[in-house]
Design a protein around this ligand. Structure first.
Ligand code: UT7
Length: 332
């Protein structure tokens, strides 16, 4: 059996997303740190982002996105075999946020675990779910990318606080004989560059102490320029790889859904792939970088906007801390 055939039989039957109501605009940020709308817009393309309410958490946003995906799939939570939540902002270090989602949904027969691959999390979760389905282990899998990044942002650091937002996206994966679904996937990682994007505090290396809090190590830290360069190279290579694996050229792709971190990164990748501007879906002006939720929310919006029809090929590309990256080609 060819590699491509092995990947068949897993269809995405439902997609859903949720973003919190509260909008934080660039001009709101001007009141917090030494920044301005012109800098944020020209360097990133972001105009505003959503902020979760105090009583909204990664799990509650995940549940809202999941209910939409389950409704679209016409599937009851009790039919789910597995729930995977990709996140770097779990409700708590343990138990897994996926278990909180399982309880809230009433998914009584589902296994549940979290997956941590930062901004690449949704593509990693898609491949994990796909593998469980294609191998015949499970029939119905719910994958979620969800983040309350506002809880780990240093609101005194202008280098990072302007970039991120909160939200959630979910997809239902189901065994469908003959479905094309996921055509090819490439995942990658490089732990040599772990320190360029990290939250150093709160794990067993540097548990929370009065000093660690005073040293502000429980916030996200990023060397922006290094991350930028690695993101362009890795996402371009992964995208080329999955197109080659699936025997498709850029002209065969109806819609490219890149990780929504920076308009300049997205444009650079589009250029390197030879994509036309209208092939590339962008919504980062509204939400900023929502990490694991980013490509899931974008996929949901691209579908809602009518940009994607049955049979279209979609290329999803992501990159994040780890470093991690991934690309996947889907037939819708
Ligand atoms: O989701 C995971 C993947 N993450 C990413 O893909 C993010 C990748 N990185 C980036 O998107 C970009 O590197 C940034 C948007 C973070 C920064 O853009 P840049 O063009 O690389 O700018 P820079 O970091 O080199 O900073 C240029 C200048 C600096 O001033 P000096 O040192 O040149 O005087 C910064 O201090 O811009 C300054 N700066 C700001 N100025 C106004 C940094 N942040 C701000 C700000 N407002 N918010």
């Amino acid at each position: 059996m060819s590699k491509l055939n092995q990947l068949q039989g897993c269809a995405i039957t439902g997609i859903g997303s949720y973003v919190p109501e509260r909008v934080l605009s660039n001009s709101d940020l001007e009141k917090l740190v030494d920044t301005n709308d012109e800098w944020i817009t020209t360097r990133t393309g972001i105009k505003e982002r959503r902020m979760a309410a105090e009583n909204e958490f990664t799990s509650t946003m995940a549940v809202k996105a999941s209910l939409k995906a389950l409704t679209q799939a016409e599937l009851s939570p009790t039919d789910l075999d597995l729930i995977v939540v990709a996140t770097i902002t779990p409700d708590m270090p343990f138990p897994a946020t996926a278990c909180l989602v399982q309880q809230e949904l009433g998914a009584s027969k589902a296994a549940a675990f979290d997956l941590e691959a930062a901004c690449s999390g949704f593509i990693y979760a898609l491949e994990v779910g796909r593998a469980f389905i294609s191998s015949g282990v499970y029939q119905n899998v719910l994958i979620i990318g969800a983040e309350k990044l506002s809880s780990i942002i240093d609101w005194e650091d202008r280098n990072t606080c302007v970039l991120f937002g909160d939200g959630a996206g979910a997809a239902v994966l189901q065994r469908r004989d003959g479905a094309r679904g996921v055509l090819a996937t490439r995942l990658g990682s490089d732990g040599n560059k772990a320190e360029i994007l990290a939250m150093p505090g709160g794990g067993c290396r540097q548990p929370a102490t009065v000093d660690s809090v005073n040293d502000r190590i429980h916030f996200l830290k990023m060397e922006g320029k290094e991350v930028y360069k690695n993101a362009v190279t890795a996402m371009t290579a992964a995208a080329k790889d999955v197109m080659e694996q699936s025997g498709l050229s850029i002209d065969d792709i109806k819609c490219i859904i890149p990780h929504q971190a920076n308009q300049r990164i997205i444009s650079a990748i589009g250029e390197r792939l030879g994509a036309k501007e209208d092939q590339v879906f962008v919504n980062l002006q509204k939400y900023g970088n929502t990490s694991a939720a980013s490509v899931a929310v974008a996929l949901d919006e691209a579908l809602e906007s009518g940009k994607i029809e049955r049979g279209d090929r979609i290329l999803i590309i992501a990159f994040g801390a780890g470093l991690t990256w991934g690309a996947t080609v889907l037939e819708w």
